[in-house]
Design a protein around this ligand. Structure first.
Ligand code: AMP
Length: 399
């Protein structure tokens, strides 16, 4: 059954506690380098405050390990959110303690309060610390989960807090972002328009075993790129030179090759180099023929041509992980060709979904973010959805 969303909630005169994912990248001076996650939460926040509610937002930022760390304060995030909303946003110094309770109760209609980093409190990761959970749950009249990037983690603000609020009769619903993410990812997996093409790349095959296994069951083609292709190549008896490989995953790669049959599409050539540098000596070789002293840093042009052809004919595309070292031209060529083909498929009516993390960064960097159906805000969370896992943090919310 469908989950209730923030649109089903009447926020008038209520304090609404919203778990958002404001885990944004920052440079060494604390300047936010990509505010996408903040922008994506704005529709939910606006829906609450524009309809007469008061919003109290909570998020983690980085990994402070249960200790206060001023470098991981949400102060810059609150400031940026204030700019996006065009109104001041107050920051509370704690999470469910004296300061946040006082500030939450002092809010007027339409006001927004951001709590400090929830991971400053060891109770957040622990999940079931009763006094920490009660402090947060007691702050508000309703709960909204709009933190898709954290939906695969049952930390206190994601699970115990809404559970406690529900037990005392308070509504707990999904926000617009979580609703949209789940709709895209679960529809893609549940009722894909065919041909359904998955593109998987990135560093390690070990990170993506579960997703490859699940997608091989439901996709028409699973295209492999990135460094993980070399573990498959090694498993086929190929030469991989100095490429990144996982020798302890060879049996598993062999198994996936056996199970995948024609569905599993591996690179036919490789762009390799004698150093991890743009100025290195470069060579294009056939897959499995990487000479000693060279490492594979991108799919080769013949592979790119083959992948582009398959992607252009797709009805649904999901993509997680770059085809090569996209951060370092010219080794971005394969990722660029794939991004361009995904954009073309979108223009021809395909549903195209980019997993979060590095693939989202790659399409943003290459200028394709607006040319695909959906760029997920969650790396780990979107992978788990594509693995076919359910989220306890969403299951617990009101139907
Ligand atoms: P992941 O987090 O597993 O999706 O991996 C993304 C990272 O893999 C990016 O930083 C890429 O630069 C890197 N990557 C992709 N292909 C290669 C390669 N052939 N050799 C080394 N690193 C790679």
């Amino acid at each position: 059954m469908a989950k209730q969303s923030v649109a089903d909630l009447d926020p008038t005169g209520k304090i609404v506690l919203v778990r958002v994912d404001f885990n944004v990248p920052q440079d060494s001076d604390g300047t936010i380098t990509d505010d996408r996650r903040i922008r994506m939460a704005v529709p939910t926040i606006r829906s609450i405050i524009d309809r007469g509610g008061k919003a109290v937002l909570m998020s983690h930022l980085g990994r402070p390990k249960g200790e206060v760390n001023p470098k991981l304060s949400l102060a810059p995030v609150a400031k940026r959110l204030g700019e996006l909303l065009g109104k001041p946003v107050v920051l509370a110094a704690d999470t469910g303690g004296k300061d946040s309770t006082e500030k939450a109760h002092a809010l007027s209609t339409g006001d927004v309060l951001v709590l400090e980093n929830v991971r400053f409190n060891p109770g957040e990761k622990k999940g079931d610390d009763a006094s920490y959970v009660a402090g947060l749950a007691g702050l508000a009249d309703a709960y909204v989960n709009d933190a898709f990037g954290t939906c695969h983690r049952t930390e206190a603000s994601m699970y115990a807090v809404p559970k406690t609020m529900k037990e005392s009769g308070k509504p707990a619903v999904v926000g617009f972002l979580v609703e949209k993410e789940i709709q895209y990812l679960s529809d893609a997996v549940g009722q894909p328009k065919r041909p359904f093409v998955a593109i998987l790349g990135g560093k390690k095959v070990s990170d993506k075993i579960a997703v490859i296994t699940n997608l091989l069951k439901i996709c028409d083609h699973v295209l492999i790129g990135g460094a993980m292709a070399y573990t498959f190549s090694l498993a086929q008896g190929g030469k991989t030179g100095d490429s990144l490989v996982e020798p302890d995953k060879l049996e598993l790669a062999k198994q996936l090759i056996r199970d995948g049959g024609d569905k599993l599409v591996l690179p036919v050539d490789t762009q390799c180099a004698d150093d991890f540098s743009p100025d290195a000596n470069k060579k294009i070789v056939k897959a499995g023929e990487i000479p000693d002293g060279f490492e594979g840093l991108d799919i080769g042009p013949d592979t790119a041509t083959r992948y582009v052809e398959i992607i252009r004919g797709a009805g649904t595309v999901v993509w997680n992980g770059p085809m090569g070292v996209f951060e370092m031209p010219p080794f971005d060529a394969g990722t660029k060709a794939v991004a361009d083909a995904v954009a073309s498929a979108t223009a021809s009516g395909a549903i195209t979904i980019i997993g979060g993390g590095d693939s989202a960064a790659a399409v943003e960097q290459l200028g394709y973010a607006e040319k695909v159906s959906h760029v997920s805000t969650g790396g780990g969370a979107s992978l788990e959805m594509l693995e076919g896992k359910a989220f306890k943090t969403v299951d617990i919310l009101d139907e």
